[in-house]
Design a protein around this ligand. Sequence first.
Ligand code: GLY
Length: 389
Amino acid sequence: MKDTEYSKEWVDEVISKIKHKMDWVSDKSQHKIPYTTIDGIHDDRSGYNPSNDNADGICWWTNGFWGGMLWQMYYQTRETKYLEYASRVEEKLDGAFLKFHGLHHDVGFMWLPTSVASYMITGNLESYKRALLAANLLAGRYNPAGKFIRAWNDLPEPNTDTDTRGWAIIDCMFNIPLLYWATEATSDPRFKQIAMNHADTVMNTFVRPDGSVHHIVEFDPFNGEFIKAYGGQGYADDSSWTRGQTWGLYGFMMSYKHTDKQEYLDTAKRIAHYFIANIPDNAIIPIDFRQPQEPAYQDSTAAAIAACGLIEIAHVVHDFEKAMYLRAAVKLLKALDEQSIDWSDNCHCFLKNGSASYHSTQHHQSIIYGDYYFMEAMFKLKGNDLYFW
Ligand code: GLY
């Protein structure tokens, strides 16, 4: 960790503030699965709307992150309340399995931070079975002709192109670690084969020559041919949605960790170099690196995820390369600490200024995965995060 610009005192101070806040917020939200805050109070996505499997309830794609925060806290503190609250989240998620239609490729985001984390820490065989069930659902989304994992089920909106049989999205790089885990857990190579075929397809079709990545690529679901790329949650089709860059950056790093395939590390580094080159002087990350200057929309979640991926890259590169990645990660985390975090007792969230997508009506809100990845990044800097990806 030499030649970087952060002190052990700063890391310890931020972690102590995280622990203080999680202590009381976890008690308040122990019966919820939050996504955001409304007037400072966590909402709850653990319900179910029987008229719509796609409702933002128990099947909601972010429903693993609160459990992940609780497992990270248990790993740090060994306080049994965190284990109890995290196990409660995992049991609630069982409701999502039976809804089926509301489950998309996001099962990695949902069951890696919950069931895989639980199995790693406790050896609970119920958690093992849940994680394997989720991995089988993900493997079932594989398209062998195009060698990609289908992202979403058909979209419910009327009057739009709702046929998503050929759609893959960059975010899935965070779901395929569930497949690597399943092969490591069972010795059955099929899961890892699917994950690597998908990662290879993404490497060859999503990553542009300049190191930026597409959000969505559509393939012909029958013959696998490339059809077109979409801007998705970013500003435009040929733009550069920042959270998508981070799903690619850290996602390829995860694939490298599970496979040792050098091209995955090289790809993670290429995306990282593009990302680092675009970090503004104030380190406030926009929703899209190619958005107009005004309105100055930000996405704090992208900064937190990028920091995690950059620290992971720093761990595996040569000594002379480490400082560049660490320096960028610390710059992002310090900017979040100084400008985008609510450390007060008035709000259940940590990060403000998260944005789900450029064209949504709401921007600059708290989003649970921003909190999760900020926490993971700080524990990584400390050297003792729980790694379940
Ligand atoms: N996986 C969807 C998102 O990043 O918003």
